[in-house]
Design a protein around this ligand. Structure first.
Ligand code: ATR
Length: 290
């Protein structure tokens, strides 16, 4: 593409940023949609996030993604915040608004859209959520937002699970989340559940690991959604399939959180066909570096 006087700049604030797939997604979108926009990574050290936001505003950067370790730390530097992102207490997308940026959380809406595209409707679902870190956090808030009937939140550190369950309950005024430790999974009542794998266990290169391996858990799961996308087929997904369930990885969530950000920056809607091409490109990219 030609960079000229009208080129708009978007980018990623994170630390580190070297391994991000976001430039691939956004620059492909700009190319496919014929938009004069480039997306670049900005390594921003933890104590520099405020200056980075002010500088971006001065430079009139059109839109930003925010990743680890800034997703919550950036909040005081925003002019406005989307109500759903405010409940989550974390943002991953900044959109230009008068005098600064408005923060959104497209990890949440991106996961929802990814699930919808796989035919998963959270409304009324019974959910088992594994993990209580950053990735699981978006999933926990999404569950409450989308009206699941109940969530069994399992985490190695029980305090973290309890804390997250409490935050979600406070945010939505309903206590649908039960916090347990991993070992307590047997307390989950009999039934058929959607399971969301939000821990970092099983991530490349530790591909033989799963946070829980016992068949007793997987017998209860009709669909397993792993938020990990490296490897493409995780041990968790294999365990779900071995007990007859359907399994998906986190590649679509990665694609749709980016697509939702791109839509917010440009005031457009990305078609399903374009989204599928992005997902295909990500598939090829992540396969080659394993
Ligand atoms: P992310 O942003 O990827 O969610 P994180 O915030 O560090 O990263 O969270 C990692 C998640 O994986 C947590 O739920 C963590 O459990 P703890 O809260 O007990 O730390 C979980 N996790 C990481 N390594 C684990 C392991 N070996 N066994 C079980 N859970 C693990």
């Amino acid at each position: 593409m030609e960079i000229n006087g009208r080129t708009r700049i978007c980018g990623l604030l994170g630390y580190p940023v070297a391994h991000t797939l976001s430039p691939l997604i956004h620059n492909t979108l700009a190319e496919e949609l014929g938009q004069n926009l480039v997306y670049v990574p900005f390594p921003v050290k933890p104590d520099k996030i405020g200056e980075a936001v002010k500088g971006a505003c001065a430079l009139d950067i059109a839109g930003l993604n925010v990743t680890v370790p800034h997703k919550s730390a950036v909040l005081p530097w925003l002019k406005e915040i989307d109500p759903l992102a405010e409940k989550v207490g974390a943002v991953n997308t900044l959109v230009r608004c008068p005098g600064g940026y408005r923060g959104y959380n497209t990890d949440l809406t991106g996961l929802q859209r990814a699930m919808e595209s796989d035919g998963i409707d959270l409304k009324g679902e019974k959910v088992i959520l594994l993990g209580a870190g950053g990735a699981a956090r978006a999933a926990a808030f999404l569950c409450a937002h989308a009206g699941v009937s109940e969530v069994w939140l399992l985490n190695r550190t029980s305090e973290r699970a309890r804390q997250l369950a409490e935050e979600v309950s406070t945010g939505f005024g309903r206590s649908c989340i039960h916090a347990l430790t991993l070992a307590e999974y047997r307390q989950i009542p009999a039934g058929s559940y959607l399971a969301i794998q939000g821990t970092s266990v099983g991530l490349y290169p530790d591909t033989e690991a799963a946070v829980i391996c016992e068949a007793g858990l997987y017998e209860k799961i009709h669909t397993g959604y792993d938020l990990i996308y490296r490897p493409f087929d995780t041990r968790f997904m294999q365990l779900v399939r071995e007990q007859g369930g359907r399994a998906y990885n986190g590649l679509k969530m990665l694609a749709y959180q980016a697509i939702e950000a791109y839509e917010l920056w440009n005031g457009i809607k990305v078609s399903r066909e374009t989204a599928e091409r992005i997902i295909q490109k990500l598939k090829e990219e992540t396969k080659t570096d394993e």
